[in-house]
Design a protein around this ligand. Structure first.
Ligand code: TXA
Ligand code: MG
Length: 341
């Protein structure tokens, strides 16, 4: 098939974990564009069990065939992700979701309101679901999202099956919101990345588990808690760091390399200062104090602050206080995790 003429390559910088025998066939990562040729190439790679990082409206995801044991094994290996931390499955529609999982009334209402979009639901698996057991790390539930990003939707249509796609970062590192972030973390370890530009939402999806006795909130994210509660009533917060049920919620999950301080008055000139609102700083999440803009910028600013801290030696990153409401909850959650080492 036609390979996009705009394909470029990044040479393998070496394995993350030298003790792991590599399953990777590729020493190079193709950089593809989300045009017809690029999408067709992605579908071919996915059918061959390879991994492709794809833009979504939240963050870039590391996609592999969710029905393939080998593709799922490659995802865990490429990220250096603990095998007990299950993956999110991406599907094109609520109808496709209903073929692999069971939706109760609350789940259906949430699907109607927020899909396609930045909501992930943890749902009971349906018999005959066809997913690789390693997607769910052996659990009887599966985390599912119907994404809105046109490139991701085009790939889902061309591939025609469920895609497992955790965030496309090495485990424990900041999530990627650009193709350059993906390549900095995983270049050479994955077959390809589709460069769809920066992600609009900028933080990962909100994760909920709609149950018989109320809906539990497992992760704050791109859909504000308040918007979900308008439909479900009060959510039961269930985000204890390190819980087995949502092991991705480990406290240091989003750590940058440099030490990070939250709720800082930004009075240490030796630090890389990240502002919010009209304050003096080296970088700003949003000069107008806009939480949506701050969420969009969050990971790119943390990547940039980390790079600057590295260039200046042992400097820390200090971040101004962010209001703990709406998208501010997801931002503060990611900052707290990044600060926890
Ligand atoms: O926005 C997003 O959700 C992005 C994009 C790429 O879709 N994906 C993402 O995936 O953030 P990941 O793997 O980084 O986070 C998925 C989270 C993990 O914390 C995992 O533990 C949790 O979902 N999870 C997956 N399956 C679960 C399950 N059955 N029960 C509870 N938590 C689950
Ligand atoms: Mg992640």
């Amino acid at each position: 098939m036609a390979l996009s003429l705009r394909v470029r390559y990044l040479v393998n910088p070496g394995p993350i974990n030298r003790n792991v025998t590599s399953l990777m066939a590729h020493g190079k990562t193709e950089i593809l564009t989300p045009d017809a040729a690029g999408i067709a190439r992605v579908a071919d790679l996915l059918r061959a069990g390879q991994l492709v990082a794809l833009p979504t409206e939240t963050v870039y995801g590391l996609a592999g065939d969710a029905t393939s044991d080998i593709a799922c094994a490659r995802i865990y290996e490429a990220k250096g992700r603990p095998r007990l931390n299950p993956l999110i499955v991406h599907l094109p529609s609520s109808g496709a979701v209903a073929r692999v999982a069971v939706l109760n009334d609350t789940a259906r209402a949430l699907a109607n309101a927020f899909w396609p979009g930045a909501l992930t639901m943890v749902l009971p698996l349906r018999d005959g679901h066809g997913l690789s057991p390693s997607v769910t790390a052996g659990l009887s539930t599966v985390a599912i999202r119907v994404p809105a990003h046109p490139a991701m939707r085009a790939v889902l249509a061309a591939f025609g099956g469920p895609l497992a796609a955790p965030s496309a970062n090495p485990s424990g590192r900041i999530s990627p919101t650009t193709a350059a972030h993906v390549l900095a973390g995983l270049g050479g370890r994955i077959a390809a990345v589709v460069d769809g530009g920066p992600c609009g939402v900028g933080v990962e999806s909100t994760i909920v588990a709609p149950g018989g006795s109320g809906t539990r909130l497992l992760r704050d994210g791109g859909i504000p808690r308040e918007a979900i509660e308008a439909l479900t009533g009060a959510l039961v917060s269930d985000m204890t760091p390190g819980r087995v049920e949502a092991p991705g919620q480990l406290s240091s999950h989003y750590a940058p390399v440099a030490p990070l301080v939250v709720n800082s008055p930004l009075d240490d000139p030796g630090a890389i200062r990240v502002g919010f609102g009209p304050v003096e700083a080296d970088l700003t999440l949003s000069v107008n104090g806009d939480l949506t803009e701050a969420a969009t910028n969050l990971f790119a600013i943390l990547h940039e602050a980390d790079a600057r801290a590295g260039r200046r030696g042992a400097a820390a990153i200090h971040v101004a206080p962010i209001p703990d409401t709406g998208l501010g909850r997801a931002i503060n959650d990611r900052l707290r995790r990044a600060a926890s080492r």
